[in-house]
Design a protein around this ligand. Structure first.
Ligand code: GAP
Length: 513
């Protein structure tokens, strides 16, 4: 991470703590690695992101319904899904620093560096030549060609060793690439070992292997095992979807970068059940829909891109990520996967129960294919927090930090601020609060100078501040201040509700998708 981005990320993290968005879990006991708690503002923002997703899925699509399955599930489910045998990451330790790494991520780091080198060559040449043509340069420059060759070779070897489960080959790749530990600087590596990411515990009072159950590593399986329950009781016709928001748990080897990679996190997943053979059509459909959902938030279309998967998971015949430009660069925000009939077929086999759909149009029973959209709620949160965090220098030389959170997602929609704590202003402010509180989450504050209070609201992303002053008592008007422009307008109290409503409404945001 470049220094500037590194600093920005650090500022975002400390801001999140200082203003009640995210706290390290169990902080008074020095925290718990890669586990975080959401504070008073964080949980509101998180709930609003959930609402934006849930309503998009279940209100805007009349063939999608939602469920809420339990976290604990029958252990055989994870055998059937392939997680017991294949949900592994290859890990190795550096013997000097005693730090643990994911072997594939070390190799991907080398690929990223080579890609950066190519971009630097392109940038240099672009400055040197007037009629610079990127494509021709990429196809002819010897240095770029050499880097590209190395990237391809490295990707191919990585893909092959992972597909074969060849941990010796993966270690050899690390040796051949001369990768050293960023902390100790040495190449003193242990062998690469497979590490299963599922957390397990025991159910009931007898702790033995027969009672071993897992904390779900994805919410999707709760949908698969309820596929027929929902289809039958909801009289759903294919194509249809089942949506779910819930916790997932992964014992990540390298859990860093704040809430980007956690051990306990939340997913918003939707499984879309389709006729076999039609899955690629729906895969493209959901790619486009999900991208629009993200971009409607207004955080810059250029900050999102698709990234096709190099190594398809055991269940997929097509897969891509929607990546977001996080402070540490473009990273996965959401996965879109064409999961074939792998899961339902496997659950049929392991459970001995039929999981088929009778399609009356073709008079046939079949196991549907599935297209899945899966977005991490915490990563969504981070994308919004990081891109809305703005440090501004104002005309009068002062500075402010403002969270330009999309208004419909902001924790509080309006702050109600009596100019003074006397002369009946607090009472009038309370009256206005009583008017607005049924429609919007309001924040009331009367302590400190008004400028200081505005700054505090900017820092938590409140789109509007309403100030009650002496004129309010005379003519029932207030000033309303816009968070982003800081412009203030004098308006009648009777018009405040509709002014706010227009820009903070979730329905209006959903209509733009
Ligand atoms: N059911 C498919 C599935 O779980 P995934 O790509 O492993 O696919 C989906 O995860 C999404 O869940 C990711 O795109 C990411 O946003 C989020 N996610 C995965 N692991 C995470 C972690 N350790 N911490 C936070 N979010 C995570």
């Amino acid at each position: 991470m470049a220094n500037q981005e590194d600093n920005l990320f650090k500022n975002v993290i400390s801001h999140a703590k200082e203003y009640g968005f995210i706290f390290p879990s169990s902080e008074i006991y020095d925290g718990l690695s890669a586990v975080y708690d959401y504070g008073q503002n964080g949980s509101e923002l998180k709930n609003n992101i959930k609402e934006y997703w849930w309503k998009f899925m279940t209100l805007l699509h009349d063939n999608i319904v939602g469920i809420d399955a339990a976290i604990f599930m029958h252990p055989t489910i994870w055998k059937a899904s392939g997680h017991v045998d294949a949900f592994n990451d290859p890990m190795l330790d550096n013997k000097d620093s005693k730090k643990r790494y994911r072997a594939d991520q070390l190799v991907e780091g080398v690929i990223e560096k080579l890609e950066e080198k190519i971009e630097k060559e392109v940038e240099k040449a672009g400055k040197r030549f007037e009629n610079f043509d990127r494509a021709t340069f990429m196809a002819t420059n010897p240095r770029v060609l050499e880097y590209q060759k190395k990237i391809k070779e490295t990707k191919d070897r990585l893909k092959q060793t992972l597909a074969d489960g060849d941990m010796v080959g993966l270690k050899q790749l690390i040796i051949d690439l001369e990768i050293s530990d960023p902390i100790s600087g040495t190449k003193n590596w242990t062998d690469v070992r497979q590490f299963n990411l599922m957390f397990s515990t025991e159910m009931g009072s007898i702790a033995d292997d027969a009672n071993k159950i897992y904390l779900r590593p994805e919410t999707a399986q709760g949908i698969f095992v309820n596929f027929l329950n929902v289809q039958k009781t909801g009289r759903m016709k294919i194509p249809f979807g089942i949506a779910q928001i819930g916790k997932a748990f992964r014992n990540e080897i390298v859990a860093r970068q704040f809430i980007f990679r956690m051990r306990e996190f939340e997913q918003m997943e939707m499984q879309f059940f389709v006729k076999p053979g039609e899955e690629m059509k729906w895969y493209e459909f959901w790619k486009e829909k999900r991208m629009r959902w993200h971009q409607t938030l207004g955080m810059g279309a250029e900050n999102y891109r698709f990234h096709d998967h190099l190594n398809l998971a055991h269940y997929a015949n097509a897969a891509c990520d929607i990546q977001f430009n996080f402070p540490m660069g473009f990273r996965e925000l959401e996965g879109i996967h064409s999961r074939t009939d792998f899961d339902l077929k496997s659950h049929e086999k392991f459970s001995g129960k039929k999981l088929q759909y009778f399609d009356s149009e073709v008079n046939q029973n079949y196991i549907p294919y599935v297209v899945e959209t899966s977005v991490g709620l915490d990563r969504m949160f981070l994308s919004i927090l990081a891109s809305s965090y703005t440090e501004e220098k104002l005309e009068d030389g002062s500075e402010r930090i403002v969270l330009k959170i999309p208004a419909a997602l902001a924790p509080n929609k309006v702050a109600i601020l009596p100019l003074m704590k006397k002369d009946g202003l607090p009472e009038k402010a309370q009256e206005i609060m009583d008017l607005l509180k049924f429609d919007f989450r309001c924040f009331y504050e009367e302590k400190d100078a008004i400028g200081k209070r505005y700054r505090r609201q900017d820092a938590i992303g409140t789109p509007y501040c309403i100030t009650i002053d002496h004129q309010t008592l005379q003519d029932n008007t207030v000033t309303i201040r816009d968070r982003d422009t800081m412009k203030q307008e004098r308006v009648a109290i009777s018009s405040v509700n509709s002014i706010i409503q227009d820009s903070v409404s979730m329905a209006e945001l959903l209509k733009k998708i």
